[in-house]
Design a protein around this ligand. Structure first.
Ligand code: SIN
Ligand code: FE
Length: 292
């Protein structure tokens, strides 16, 4: 299967034909990146946001929490912050409307995560460590935020005003990544997970699933032979394109680009049309036991 599936969707709010929605859900849950010719248009006032000088300190993202309409990581006055809230709030509303058209079985079960605005150039940036180096292929897993099996569904949009694409590589299917690395991953330790939660290193107790996903993320990034040799597909997402992916499943790396929006949603495995394809079920088959 082509890891990148193009869908002819040009409107955030228009109804989607049932056959197209069924195809989109199948491809998404198979681990494909869905690519849509769907721009997110900024107003004339919002054009001032197209600058990386908004970022405070050494930050690479500005983040937005739809739950309380708050923005973090931006330097600027109240006027700029209001513009950021407006843009990111509208991005959240647009992606949610489209998600509910395309992925109807998720209705009532999909939870909002944060949105982020990433104005800074990726190419040439020096990451804090190899673990933070997203130019290496990986699946997403976050050290401080256990998900207990829930899926990470992400909507990306390139709002670059200079005609520059966001360049990604997409790696091998999740089942292949998991089968290759699982035998070398360290076993989970419930005691360590409990201590990390008590010490507030993690926001809740890491499940065995969270442990294995983080270990997989790290093992992929640490293996430079794997990074060089594994089959990968290059993708250039142009300004005006939206792409949608289960980033816990599709192996991905970002090579260059600036000015991108991203909105995260959490989806339970129970809401999946094809739960057997989810990273939780794939890892449980390899482990031979329940992981949450
Ligand atoms: C990532 O999740 O690896 C980052 C993707 C991007 O910033 O394009
Ligand atoms: Fe990632």
């Amino acid at each position: 299967m082509n890891p990148i599936e193009t869908l002819a969707i040009r409107d955030w709010y228009a109804p989607v034909a049932p056959e197209l929605a069924a195809h989109a859900l199948d491809a998404l849950e198979a681990g494909c990146v869905l690519r849509l010719p769907l721009p997110f248009v900024l107003s004339a006032d919002e054009q001032v946001l197209l600058s990386d000088r908004l970022l405070s300190g050494a930050r690479k993202n500005i983040s937005y929490n739809p739950a309380d309409d708050s923005v973090k990581g931006a330097d600027g006055d109240a006027g700029l912050e209001a513009l950021l809230r407006g843009m990111l709030g509208r991005y959240h509303a647009s992606t949610r409307a489209l998600a509910l058209q395309l992925f109807a079985p998720y209705a009532g079960q999909m939870r909002d995560g944060r949105a982020s605005y990433r104005p800074a150039e990726i190419a040439g940036r020096v990451p804090k460590s190899w673990r933070h180096d997203d130019t290496r292929l990986h699946v997403d897993a976050f050290p401080a935020t256990p998900v207990h099996g829930r899926r990470l569904l992400r909507f990306f949009n390139n709002i670059n005003p200079h005609g520059e694409p966001r360049r990604w590589n997409v790696g091998e299917p999740f089942a292949d990544v998991a089968a290759r690395f699982f035998p070398r991953l360290p076993p989970d330790s419930p005691l360590k997970a409990r201590l990390m939660a008590l010490a507030k290193i993690t926001k809740s107790k890491r499940s065995a699933y969270d442990h294995y996903m983080l270990a997989l993320h790290d093992a992929m990034k640490a293996d430079l032979d794997y990074q060089r040799e594994v089959a990968k597909t290059a993708a250039e997402f142009q300004p005006g394109e939206t792409w949608i992916v289960y980033s816990d499943q599709a192996s991905h790396a970002v090579l260059s680009g600036r000015f991108m929006l991203e909105q995260t949603y959490y989806v339970p495995v129970a809401a999946q049309r094809y739960p057997e394809r989810s990273p939780l079920r794939v890892l449980e088959r390899l482990a031979g036991r329940a992981l949450v």
